[in-house]
Every structure is written in structure tokens, then in C-alpha cells.
Design a binder for this molecule. Structure first.
Ligand code: SF4
Length: 245
């Protein structure tokens, strides 16, 4: 009896795996990975080589116009937003025009960008906030900009980085979420956590440019569906399961 027990204790448990299936990679949720400084530097160098002039693709001629264009860009392409703002900014030339607009008219004018009721509320609320709290100027700190209705960190980062050159964080939009995950710069899904991960591994003087470069790469090469991996200059550094090569 004692001998039998000994044999059982020594037996190793065999985990059966379906034929041809690879074991799932262990995911260290919450900790940035793939972030060896040399690897990150190589990714940044690749982005610099591919997109040396990457910048915001929204048209604007002042910080407040960029704020409004960025509000409109939620769930909408920059091309569509630019079509809408090319007319909108001719009619609404001052903050006051937006702040005291007819909501029904503004809704109609921005309708092609989607979510037009909420966007109208955000545009009018943010414009009033700028007039009442900041003397009609877009403030230069994230803390202040976040007090405006309908303005979250993504919009704050776009406006501060693009209009003022102030690096307050990394813009995390749908492209930045997808690409930073594919490039293993984060293993989080929540945009706030992704931004924190990126701010830890990307040098601060690169935050603004890096955001635009990832967005450009996402639009031109690393699309959500069928990324063009054969054309991607980061291919050797990418181990994403979404790769098509
Ligand atoms: S190799 Fe493919 S999945 Fe990876 S970054 Fe390039 S385009 Fe995207």
C-alpha cells in the first residue's frame, strides 16, 4: 500500500493540449511589457523614419478652433470633421458665436460628424466655460482644460500638444490603443492606464510627436482590419497576433 502511494505522488500531471494549438501567452496584466529601452528606442526610430512630419490632421487656425474640431472628431474621421469645420468656422468666427448659438442650428450643421446632440452640448458648454472662466483663452494646463464640459484627457492632450506644444501626456485614441497593444508597449485596455504606461516608457520630449506618429501609422499601415504588415517598417519589432505576415 505504502509503495503504491509513493508511485502516485511521483506521477507528473499531464495537461492535454488540442493538436496544433499553441499555449496562450501568459499576460502580465497591469505591467508594461515589451518595453526594454532598446526596443522602445528602435520603435521610435522606425516611427521617426516613416513619419518625420507627423502632425494633427485637423484643420484649425486657433486653439479654440482646434478644441472644437477635436470635440467633433470623437467617433468621426478627421476628413469628415474638416469638411464640416470648413463651413462652420466661416459662420462661427468667435467663441461667443459658439457659446450662444442656436442649439438646433448647430446640431444640424455638425450632424455629419455623428453624436451631434452631445457634441453641440460640449461645444456650447466648453465655449461658455472659456468665456466665463478663462477670459476667452484656451488654458495651458491639463488641470484647467479638464474643467471644461465635454473635455477629457484625449482632447486636452491634442489641444495642449498641438496648439501650444505643451507635453502634458500622450493622446490615446482608437489608433493609439490598438497600436500600443500590438507593439506590446502596454497590456492594458483602459485608455487612462494605457496613457500612464506610455508616459513611463516614451521620453517626455517625444510624447507629442509619438502620438501623431502612431495615429498616422494606424491610418496608413496598421489598420484595425488587415494591417499592411508587409509594408510596415516596424515588422521585425512586432509580435502581434494580428500580424498578416
Ligand atoms: S507588423 Fe503589422 S501589426 Fe505590427 S505594427 Fe506593423 S502593421 Fe501593425
Amino acid at each position: 500500500m505504502a509503495a503504491k502511494k509513493k508511485v502516485r505522488a511521483g506521477k507528473k500531471k499531464v495537461v492535454k493540449r488540442a493538436k496544433g494549438k499553441k499555449p496562450a501567452a501568459k499576460k502580465a496584466v497591469g505591467s508594461p511589457a515589451g518595453t526594454d529601452p532598446k526596443r522602445v528606442a528602435a520603435i521610435l526610430a522606425g516611427l521617426d523614419a516613416a513619419y518625420p512630419d507627423a502632425t494633427c490632421e485637423l484643420n484649425y487656425s486657433s486653439a479654440f478652433q482646434l478644441l472644437i474640431a477635436t470635440i467633433l472628431s470623437a467617433q468621426c474621421t478627421d476628413v469628415r470633421v474638416n469638411q464640416v469645420t470648413s463651413e462652420l468656422f466661416k459662420k462661427y468666427t468667435k467663441l461667443e458665436d459658439f457659446a450662444y448659438a442656436s442649439p438646433a442650428e448647430l446640431e444640424k450643421e455638425i450632424r455629419p460628424t455623428g453624436f451631434f446632440r452631445n457634441k453641440t452640448k460640449s461645444i456650447m458648454g466648453a465655449s461658455k466655460g472659456l468665456l466665463e472662466k478663462f477670459g476667452g483663452e484656451v488654458p495651458r494646463t491639463m488641470e484647467e482644460i479638464l474643467t471644461l464640459p465635454g473635455v477629457a484627457r484625449k482632447t486636452g492632450n491634442v489641444v495642449l500638444g498641438t496648439a501650444y506644444g505643451i507635453a502634458s501626456g500622450v493622446v490615446v485614441d482608437t489608433h493609439v490603443i490598438r497600436l500600443s497593444q500590438r507593439l506590446d508597449l502596454t497590456r492594458n485596455d483602459d485608455p487612462k492606464k494605457i496613457e500612464q504606461d506610455l508616459m513611463k516608457v516614451i521620453p517626455e520630449n517625444k510624447w507629442i510627436k509619438f502620438s501623431h506618429q502612431l495615429i498616422w501609422h494606424g491610418r496608413r499601415v496598421c489598420a484595425a482590419r488587415k494591417p499592411k504588415c508587409a509594408e510596415c517598417n516596424l515588422e521585425a519589432l512586432c509580435h502581434s497576433k494580428d500580424k498578416t505576415t
